[in-house]
Design a protein around this ligand. Structure first.
Ligand code: ADP
Ligand code: CA
Ligand code: CA
Ligand code: CA
Ligand code: CA
Length: 419
């Protein structure tokens, strides 16, 4: 039997195809630890998944570590990759225990905690907004010295769930309680160490930066423009790459992103860093995810803008190999875009408008519909189970990408059932 090198993916959602496709291109077999067993039909595993391990990594991390050590002893694997925020510490622990490429465990905890990231950035001399970390909602008054508007968010959240802007200091107490409740309740961050952050609002367009890190060396692969996201909730809708920004701003962003990796101790793997560009003061790092962002779709933005096979390279790195792009100079090969159809008011889905024929549009690379009529969607800041529809595209220019998104904003929408 031919044995292809094997990588364990922890919490990759099976309906997000990019990492699976990258593994197939790079010639890896995969073992999948699904995010939630419910999501997965074991009879219909995506290629090149050869087996699945159903483990409750949240309820029993030590048990999951042991099961992975046993798997390694029995069948072997070359690497292990975190595909969700929650998987990052587990994957670091397993990599260390098995001598595989991975983050050190302290770094894994830093990149899971927004207040630790803030402290590291500040200590490294990078700009940070004023912030306080609250260990209980009754401590909200400690944030009264901060300048409004403010943002209140869970310390260990992701996907902007439970993140709320506050304009009026009189609303701070109620919002801190609201976020605390969401964060400790259905987001599941309650218990020891439950923390909510309050920080000053950074006014300016948002970008995300997708990087690869190999043996401590950071390669910025794509800078994506997300545009103005004023809140009060921060649903991500539009991404365009390369970001239409002046070269000196891009250079400044790249410098800060490289410095943030050093500040956090991120020496290997793929990363997703988010920043805001404040007028006059330039980029501020919001946070970093030590994983491929967006459940994998950010691969499309990297690949279609730079030609770098981001998902395949991330897998090569975690298998201890040198990424192929390390020997290639940076290039711009096209304009890539992603549009996540906004949830809006939420409710029970009646139908989707504007999707017919979209897939046949020559600019459209892929339309991924992840929810169906009849399903219930709650509006932000509540957590989503999945983005209802994603549209990945390629364009001749950034202006054309922006115009295409404006067209989608007019034509594609979710109709909800009437109450
Ligand atoms: P998460 O891990 O939930 O994605 P983030 O810290 O990235 O948490 O916050 C989610 C979004 O909220 C950001 O992408 C940004 O749009 C907005 N946001 C968070 N903090 C700030 C801030 N200090 N200033 C402006 N916007 C913010
Ligand atoms: Ca995050
Ligand atoms: Ca984020
Ligand atoms: Ca995000
Ligand atoms: Ca097409």
């Amino acid at each position: 039997m031919s044995h292809r090198p094997r990588i364990v993916l922890v919490h990759q959602r099976d309906y997000m195809p990019w990492v699976f496709e990258g593994a197939a291109r790079a010639g890896f077999d995969l073992v999948l630890l699904p995010w939630k067993a419910l999501d997965l039909d074991p009879a219909d595993l995506p290629d090149p998944v050869v087996s699945c391990l159903f483990l409750d990594t949240e309820a029993d991390m030590a048990g999951a570590v042991r099961a992975l050590e046993d798997l390694h002893a029995r069948e072997g694997f070359e690497g292990i990759m975190a595909c969700s925020e929650l998987a990052v510490p587990l994957v670091a622990r397993v990599a260390r225990s098995l001598g595989l490429v991975g983050l050190d465990e302290e770094t894994a905890l830093v990149v899971r905690d927004k207040s630790l990231m803030r402290e590291r950035l500040r200590d490294a001399g990078l700009p940070v907004p004023g912030f306080v970390a609250l260990g209980a909602p009754e401590e909200w008054q400690r944030a009264r010295g901060l300048r409004t508007p403010l943002v209140v968010k869970p310390a260990t959240g992701y996907s902007s769930f439970g993140v709320v802007r506050v304009d009026d200091a009189d609303d701070l107490e109620a919002t801190v309680h609201q976020v605390w409740k969401l964060s400790g309740g259905e987001l599941g961050y309650g218990g020891d160490g439950h923390t909510v952050i309050v920080e000053e609002y950074l006014d300016g367009p948002e970008i995300s930066v997708e990087s690869l890190v190999h043996q401590g060396e950071v390669r910025v692969c794509a800078i994506n423009y997300k545009g103005e996201m004023p809140g009060p909730y921060f649903e991500e809708v539009r991404f365009r790459s390369p970001a239409p920004l002046p070269p000196d701003v891009l250079a400044d962003v790249e410098r800060q992103v490289v410095a943030a990796h050093a500040a956090f101790g991120v020496t290997t793997g793929a990363t997703h860093t988010e920043l805001r560009l404040c007028r006059g003061t330039g980029p501020f790092v919001l946070e970093m995810g030590a994983r491929i962002g967006g459940g994998g779709f950010l691969h499309h933005l990297v690949q279609a803008s730079s030609g770098i096979d981001f998902a395949a390279e991330a897998l090569r790195i975690c298998a201890g190999r040198r990424p192929l792009c390390w020997d290639e100079p940076p290039a711009v090969v096209g304009h890539a875009a992603a549009y996540l159809v906004p949830v809006g008011a939420g409710g029970r889905i009646e139908r989707f408008h504007g999707l017919d024929g979209l897939d046949g549009n020559p600019e459209v690379d892929r339309v991924l519909q992840l929810m169906c009529p009849g399903q219930e969607v709650r509006p932000y800041p509540a957590p989503l189970t999945a983005h209802p529809v994603l549209v990945m595209s390629r364009h001749d220019s950034d202006a054309r990408a922006a115009a295409f998104h404006d067209e989608l904003a007019r034509s594609v929408w979710i109709e909800y059932q009437r109450q």
